[in-house]
Write a protein that binds this ligand. Structure first.
Ligand SMILES: CCCCCCCC/C=C\CCCCCCCC(=O)N[C@@H](CO)[C@H](O)/C=C/CCCCCCCCCCCCC
Ligand SMILES: O=c1ccn([C@@H]2O[C@H](COP(=O)(O)OP(=O)(O)O[C@H]3OC[C@@H](O)[C@H](O)[C@H]3O)[C@@H](O)[C@H]2O)c(=O)[nH]1
Length: 410
């Protein structure tokens, strides 16, 4: 028997049937994300702080990389001055000496003179990643063995630092907060609802389930780690060649046998500016980072999308079981929506600050636009982050692009 004798019996029908089995298995598998995330979220999030605390708690150096001022910066930073934790220092890193963020920090330092806080200005150019360059001056003078990277738009509850330290068991190297958003008092409109629905549904589902499986998907907007372990990996500067330093730092801990875990409380993002296009651009930027460092995600992510997966599931169910694809698709959509809503309730852990109708609209908008965001991330490797443009290389390494028209040809 030669090759053709094996291939000849494979008819178009067999291929179609095989594809249908594949898509139906994929469709079934993707429900495990919902179920896994629901169980893990319920088990992991919003745990009570133990009544009895250890006799001594380690000091923590908190690095706050700042760039510019927005309407919430003062309120966000103030939450770090009133943490319920005995020993910590605040290191505000500001790259540009004319940055108005300095004034905001100065007024807080004056208001809370007893808090160990200072400004480190100028950063240090150790690589491409501007956040790392900015933080270097703070990183080098950290007093404590534990340090935390905390982005400028994060608001902290008084007990969160304590909770994070308590999660740092002997075998844990890094603790990070799952990204979410705070309940805004000054409603920013649809974009803030969209952001909350995104971080409370699809993002939470992936983040929780992958963490439950031990898959690295660390977003570094609020993470605490052991400095000595990071030093073994070359220190913070070793990650300045990547834009997704958060992912690679966590990987360095995992590679050395340390655990990387999420804490009980989600990170409360509270940016003072917001627009639908700004939110979408951020997701496109993150998508480009993921696709550059984990190329398999280029295929996996679109296929795991609610609508794409629903269409694949409906088609395969129609082929395999001779049932109505349309009916299957709508049942899929409704069930997916309800499970997303349950995950949202777990993330929110309290009353919603907008109506159920607004939730439905934001959820539908997010799902319909999701595939376009992924496709936009697929087609270009150029990333705009704040004022700078970068080009991503295979594996996640990045190079800065000088301004000039020729550089932007894709
Ligand atoms: C056929 C498909 C089946 C699997 C579908 C998996 C779909 C989800 C995959 C990845 C999404 C991860 C989302 C986590 C949030 C990421 C937010 C983000 O982009 N943050 C960046 C900026 O801060 C940060 O640098 C990136 C961190 C995470 C990157 C994660 C990439 C690896 C994911 C590997 C997925 C393996 C799936 C295995 C399923 C059993
Ligand atoms: O040029 C810059 C850009 C950003 N930053 C700081 O980096 C932090 C995050 O910046 P943004 O809010 O613009 O970006 P994101 O929230 O999307 O960041 C996220 O994605 C990229 C990762 O590298 C980050 O670790 C993650 O937090 C802020 O504290 C910001 O002040 C700088 O210090 N310099």
């Amino acid at each position: 028997m030669d090759f053709y004798d094996y291939v000849r019996p494979i008819t178009g029908d067999t291929i179609l049937f095989g594809l249908a089995i594949f898509f139906f298995c994929l469709w079934t598998f993707l429900w495990s994300f919902h179920i896994g995330a629901l169980f893990y979220g319920k088990y992991k999030l919003y745990r009570k702080i133990p009544a009895v605390l250890p006799d001594s708690l380690p000091g923590v150096s908190i690095l706050k990389p700042l760039t510019g001022v927005d309407a919430h910066l003062y309120d966000n930073l103030e939450t770090y001055f009133v943490l319920n934790y005995p020993t910590y220092e605040l290191l505000f890193c500001i790259q540009d000496e004319s940055d108005p963020a300095q004034m905001v920090v100065r007024s807080l330092i004056e208001k809370y003179p007893k808090v160990d806080a200072r400004i480190l200005q100028g950063g240090k150019k150790v690589g491409i990643n501007p956040k790392i360059n900015n933080m270097m001056s703070g990183y080098e003078v950290c007093k404590y063995d534990l340090f935390m990277i905390s982005d400028c738009n994060i608001k902290m509850k008084p007990d969160t630092l304590l909770d994070m330290v308590l999660h740092l068991k002997d075998d844990v190297g890094e603790i990070h907060q799952i990204p979410f958003t705070c309940d805004r008092e000054d409603r920013l409109g649809f974009s803030s609802i969209l952001e909350k629905v995104y971080f409370g549904t699809v993002h939470a589902k992936q983040y929780l389930f992958l963490n439950a499986l031990g898959v690295n998907c660390t977003t570094g907007m609020s993470s605490m780690m052991r400095k000595n372990v990071l030093e073994e990996a070359g220190g913070l500067k070793a990650f300045a060649k990547y834009l997704a330093e958060d992912y690679f730092i966590a990987q360095a801990f995992l590679d050395r046998g340390w655990k990387v875990q999420i804490s009980s409380f989600p990170a409360l993002q509270n940016a003072g500016t917001g627009s639908v296009s700004g939110f979408q651009n951020r997701l496109v930027r993150w998508g480009k980072l993921r696709f550059a460092m984990c190329p398999a995600n280029r295929i996996m992510e679109p296929f795991s999308d609610c609508l794409v997966n629903g269409i694949n599931g409906a088609w395969s169910a129609a082929v395999l079981f001779n049932i109505s694809g349309l009916a299957f698709f709508f049942v899929h959509l409704l069930t997916w929506f309800l499970l997303d809503y349950l995950i949202f309730l777990i993330m929110q852990n309290g009353p919603m600050t907008f109506s159920k109708f607004e939730f439905v609209v934001a959820w539908m908008f997010r799902e319909i636009t999701s595939i376009f965001i992924l496709l936009k991330a697929e087609v270009s490797t150029v990333v705009q982050w704040r004022a700078k443009k970068f080009r991503l290389r295979y594996g996640g390494v990045v190079e800065e692009m000088r301004e000039g028209p020729k550089q932007f040809v894709l």
